[in-house]
Design a protein around this ligand. Structure first.
Ligand SMILES: Nc1ncnc2c1ncn2[C@@H]1O[C@H](COP(=O)(O)OP(=O)(O)OP(=O)(O)O)[C@@H](O)[C@H]1O
Ligand SMILES: [Mg+2]
Length: 408
């Protein structure tokens, strides 16, 4: 028997490629970003006359189109200017120091072998880059995506050298486009960077659900044609994306997964139900990945919160969680950490959205934190216990055997 026989896919067929709904798709149309595109084009138009353009800082929450619009606008500018312009895209999450950024630019614009493997000093790379760019005789646009990561890691001074390259060398003409989620980014810069950064700021506001619908619909039509889906399914993706701080990525991901699930089910059309299922799938994926990457002690603290909740459905206190945690450490065979560290882990787990805590006053005995799980305990427990280090705590899988009251 062929195990794929059951996947008949006779319901509806795709009219176009599903990659139109993937992260790699680069659209040519950006509904509701006309103003931002026009302002960017305006700011960069001086390059068409062979003059330097001002630097740009783009602000906006995740999924508001900053990266894709920037790539679109700069590629259109390249079409116009041709060989006299080079665009260098750098994600500061990967290149997170002034040195690695200068090396990256040198290798991209001047050739991969320009910097020896053994490296150069920062001064040397600066000198070589400047002289290389003078010979290159091109306009340069340097896109620093997630530029806040660079400043967070290296301080408010980290753009200094780069601005010196682009602004203080006759014969070199470059401009920087910094992209960030952090509205306070500019304030974190050093005065000497601020005074050099002659910039224009452009805000990418969150999308509302109607706007997300306009973004989604053309893509959905390309994949599914005019039928095969309920409009309410698209509306629901848009509404969920709007709730998630106006995130187009979220809305697009939801629609793609909903279509995949509907296809797998041999459904007649993509309905709201598939969008709800897609949301559950995506949330579980995120939760699984988050839990998988937690440090061992953090996993044990989370497991303790889950076990507390099972034994006593109302919120657990920090003391109760610590007590179970100590017991789990004993079973796993590792030394428990102090109460303070446990508190730190609880704060991290709350930041990840895995638990929620509230402070409760105990009158003259001070205050305690009440802790509860925010997601599906059973899935969380399964993902934690997948860790091979925890093979010898297998019997807590039967949580009821694990009597909270005996431990505290
Ligand atoms: N107005 C729009 N029209 C069409 N597609 C859009 C629009 N805005 C965003 N998108 C799409 O949404 C997805 C997310 O956009 P993008 O990666 O540009 O967001 P971002 O603002 O850079 O987010 P982050 O801050 O998380 O990096 C991409 O697939 C992009 O093509
Ligand atoms: Mg981005």
């Amino acid at each position: 028997m062929n195990p794929f026989d059951k996947y008949q896919f006779e319901s509806f067929s795709l009219k176009g490629d599903l990659t139109v709904l993937s992260a790699t798709h680069e659209p040519e149309e950006f509904p509701h970003r006309e103003e931002q595109i026009a302002r960017m084009a305006d700011a960069m138009s001086s390059l068409l006359l062979g003059m330097k353009s001002s630097h740009l800082i783009l602000y906006g929450k995740t999924g508001t189109g900053k990266t894709s619009v920037t790539k679109f606008v700069t590629s259109k500018l390249s079409e116009k200017i041709g060989g006299n312009l080079t665009v260098c895209y750098i994600n500061c999450q990967n290149y997170d120091s002034p040195y690695s950024i200068l090396v990256f630019i040198a290798r991209t614009l001047l050739g991969p072998d320009i910097v020896p493997q053994s490296g150069w000093t920062l001064d040397r790379i600066y000198e070589e880059l400047v002289s290389g760019l003078k010979n290159l005789k091109k306009e340069i646009i340097i896109i620093l995506d997630e530029v806040d990561k660079l400043v967070e890691k290296n301080g408010g001074d980290s753009l200094y050298l780069l601005l010196k390259v682009t602004d203080e060398n006759p014969g070199v003409s470059g401009s920087i486009i910094g992209i960030t989620n952090d509205t306070a980014f500019y304030e974190k810069l050093d005065p000497r960077v601020k005074s050099r950064l002659n910039k224009e700021s452009i805000v990418f506001p969150p999308y509302n659900s109607e706007q997300l619908r306009d973004i989604l619909l053309p893509r959905v039509r390309r994949v599914l044609g005019d039928e095969n889906y309920d409009e309410t399914a698209v509306n629901l993706c848009a509404a969920i994306g709007a709730q998630e701080h106006g995130d187009a990525r979220k809305a697009i991901d939801l629609m793609r997964v909903a279509i995949e699930l509907a296809l797998r089910d041999s459904a007649k059309r993509v309905t709201r139900e598939y969008v709800y299922k897609a949301r559950d799938n995506l949330e579980i994926d995120i939760m699984r990945e988050t839990i998988k990457t937690l440090p061992v002690h953090s996993k044990l603290v989370l497991l303790s919160v889950i076990l507390c909740g099972e034994a006593r459905p109302n919120s657990a206190t920090t003391g109760e969680v610590s007590s179970i945690y100590n017991h789990l450490c004993e079973r796993v065979g590792i030394a428990p950490l102090t109460q303070r560290r446990i508190s730190d882990f609880l704060t991290d787990l709350e930041d990840y959205g895995l638990i929620s805590t509230t402070l409760k006053s105990l009158g003259r005995y001070g205050r305690t934190r009440l802790i509860r799980i925010t997601g599906r305990e059973n899935d969380m427990k399964r993902y934690i216990l997948d860790d091979p280090d925890f093979s010898n705590i297998g019997d807590v899988k039967q949580s009821r055997q694990f009597k909270l009251d005996e431990r505290i």
